[in-house]
Structure formats: C-alpha cells, structure tokens
Design a protein around this ligand. Structure first.
Ligand SMILES: *Cc1c(COP(=O)(O)O)cnc(C)c1O
Length: 352
C-alpha cells in the first residue's frame, strides 16, 4: 500500500520558523481539506503542542473537530457562511466566525441573541478578490449593525479580515488600502478591532508590510512552497509519499500508487521519482499502479519515494505540481484513503 509519512519534527520546525518570522504578529494555522491531506487531528494536536493558539478551519463542521483536538483555550476560526444549526453549534463551542455578508451578520446576531451569548465575529471586507466579503458600499451599514449588537451584548467584534489574490504586488497593495480603510471606519465609530488579518502563506512570508497582527498560513506550515515561488529558508516538506514496488517487469517496475489514489495521471512521463538506485522517470500512471523505469537489481518490496523533502533526492510535491501546472496543495489534498497516513515522531531529540 502507498503511504504518506508525516514528519512531526519537520512540522514543528516549520511552525517555529514561521512564528519567528512573523513575530510580533500571531500565527493562525490553517487546516482546511483535512490539514491539506496530512490528517486533521495529528495536525491540530501537534500545532497546539508547539504553541499555536489560533487555528483556521474553513467550515463549522471542521472547526468543531478542531475544538475537540485543540482543547478549550485555542481560538478556532470558521469562515464559511453557515446554516443556523451550524451557527448554534459554533456559538456553543466558542468558535470565532468569519462573516462576509450582511445577511449572515444579522443571522449570527439573531442566533447569539437566542442563545444569550456574545458571538465572536471577524468581519470580512471584499478588498478586490470578489469572492466573498462585504463590499465597501455595505461596510458602513455593517459597522452600524455591529455597534448596536455590541451594545446589546450579542457580538464581540474580534477582527477584520480579507483575502489577497497574491497575483501581483500592485493588486495586493490596492487591496491593503481598502482593507485599512475598513478597519479605520470601524475604529472611528468606536468599535475596537483587536485582530487584523489579510495574508496567507506567500504574502505573509514575502510582504511583512501587508501583515496585520494575525496571519493565516496553511501551505508553508506543511512545507509546501508556492508554485514558481522561491525556496524558503527553514521550511521543509512535512510529508513523504512512498509507494512500494509490486512487480518487476522487463524495462520497468510497477509501483502501488495510481490515478484512483488521487495521483494525477498527467504526471506520467513528466517527473522523476527516487528509487533505491537514484532518480528514475515515472513512465505512466494507471488506475491503482504506476510504472517507473527499472533499475538493476530491483525487487518487489523496494520503496520508491514519489515526493518529499529531498533526503533521498526525491522532488517536492510543488515540483511535481509545477510539471502539470498546478500547486503543491493540490497534489496532497487529492490523495485518497488508500494512501495510509503514518506520523513519525522523532523522540530522540528531547530527553523524554
Ligand atoms: C486556504 C486559506 C488560507 C491559507 O492559504 P495558504 O496559501 O495555504 O497559506 C488563508 N486564508 C483563507 C481564507 C484560505 O482559504
């Protein structure tokens, strides 16, 4: 069976490198898509042990699972617009809610009123991506609504946030201007804004002037660099995909990993993988298997490293992604359940 080996020590080192780089801003660790395919409960437990106290979960269902693994004190942020049932569950679990429409803002306030609690809200301004968020024309009404609900005790405005396109510096600068105007408008009306968050991995790393006092980082925590992006000092891929040889043929070997495991068939003929004898071309990807150029003395049971941090010369998930015009996250999040997740904790470093 193919397996995805997760290096817990590498993950913690990435977290430490990121926290150090963004200091004094705080790190929100993003765990959508089952922690980018690495496994949610491991990711949350390990991050919290490493000192992370903000976790971004996309939807309420995921955030509730995060709450279970993270314990009561971590801040857990869910930014998908959610049903009333989900909002009720979120309020009961003390989740932070990202709110990007007027309709959702009113619903969250109503549900908080019914439950007699204060909803922890992060208001989203659409700073140009046009995916979601209140548009600047709606902002003043939203500010008024927030003020009234704060006075009634149904909201705590925790933060203001937005998401960047990360396509060009100019666009991101323009987005920041809109973002900061939105923060100013809230503060001018007397609403305190504790947290501002705008950047994901790439801009967090490269554009410190865009960071608010909280950054939302997924990819780089897992050591996934940006496609066509720079090498990242102190950041290492956390996951290694390993597939065993299941047949030795004349010119090729067959490995136990295929398109039905979520391994893109378009990679066939486009990448090298690391065999015990060094790099060999991946020839083709079939349903549950793939073929690789043979090497002398190949055996059934030999292990082929398909991607990883490069210790045996293997390429990274992002290098694979670049060969087919996608991003490293995509290579990881597509891997199916037949790929067993195996966490390796290196206990030899401490004196435990
Ligand atoms: C996925 C996501 C992030 C994290 O993005 P990375 O590039 O993986 O760091 C941050 N914010 C939002 C809203 C996201 O959807």
């Amino acid at each position: 069976m193919p397996r995805l080996v997760i290096d817990d020590a590498a993950f913690r080192a990435n977290i430490a490198a990121l926290r150090n780089r963004v200091d004094p801003a705080r790190l929100m660790f993003v765990v959508k898509d089952d922690a980018y395919g690495h496994g949610l409960s491991w990711a949350v437990t390990s991050a919290v042990a490493a000192g992370v106290d903000w976790i971004g979960a996309y939807n309420v269902a995921t955030a509730l699972r995060v709450r279970e693994s993270a314990g009561a004190t971590a801040h857990v942020f869910a930014w998908a617009t959610s049903s009333d049932d989900e909002v009720d569950q979120a309020l009961a679990a003390d989740l932070d809610l990202g709110v990007g429409t007027a309709e959702y803002l009113h619903r969250v306030i109503d549900r908080a009123r019914v439950a007699s609690v204060r909803a922890r809200v992060h208001l989203k301004i659409d700073s140009g991506l046009h995916r979601s968020g209140l548009i600047p024309d709606e902002w003043h009404d939203a500010v008024r609504t927030v003020r009234a609900a704060e006075a009634e005790g149904h909201i705590e405005l925790v933060g203001v946030w937005s998401h960047l396109a990360e396509a060009s510096d100019e666009e991101d600068d323009a987005a920041q201007t809109i973002f900061l105007q939105a923060v100013d408008a809230l503060e001018a009306s007397g609403v305190a804004v504790e947290f501002t968050h705008l950047t994901a991995s790439a801009a967090t790393w490269a554009r410190p002037e865009l960071r608010g006092n909280l950054v939302r980082v997924g990819a780089f925590c897992y050591g996934i660099r940006s496609a066509d992006g720079p090498r990242l000092d102190g950041i290492t891929p956390v996951a290694t995909l390993i597939a065993p040889v299941i047949a030795v043929n004349e010119d090729t070997v067959t490995i136990d990993l295929g398109a039905l495991d979520g391994f893109p068939s378009s990679l066939g003929g486009r990448i090298d993988v690391a065999t015990p004898a060094g790099l060999r071309p991946l020839r083709a990807v079939e349903g549950f298997s793939s073929t690789v150029d043979a090497w002398p003395d190949a055996h059934v049971g030999d292990e082929v490293r398909v991607f990883g941090p490069g210790r045996a010369g293997e390429r990274s998930a992002t290098t694979l992604a670049e060969a087919i015009g996608t991003v490293g996250e995509e290579i990881l999040t597509r891997l199916g359940p037949r790929v067993r997740r195996e966490v390796v904790c290196d206990d030899t470093r401490g004196d435990s």
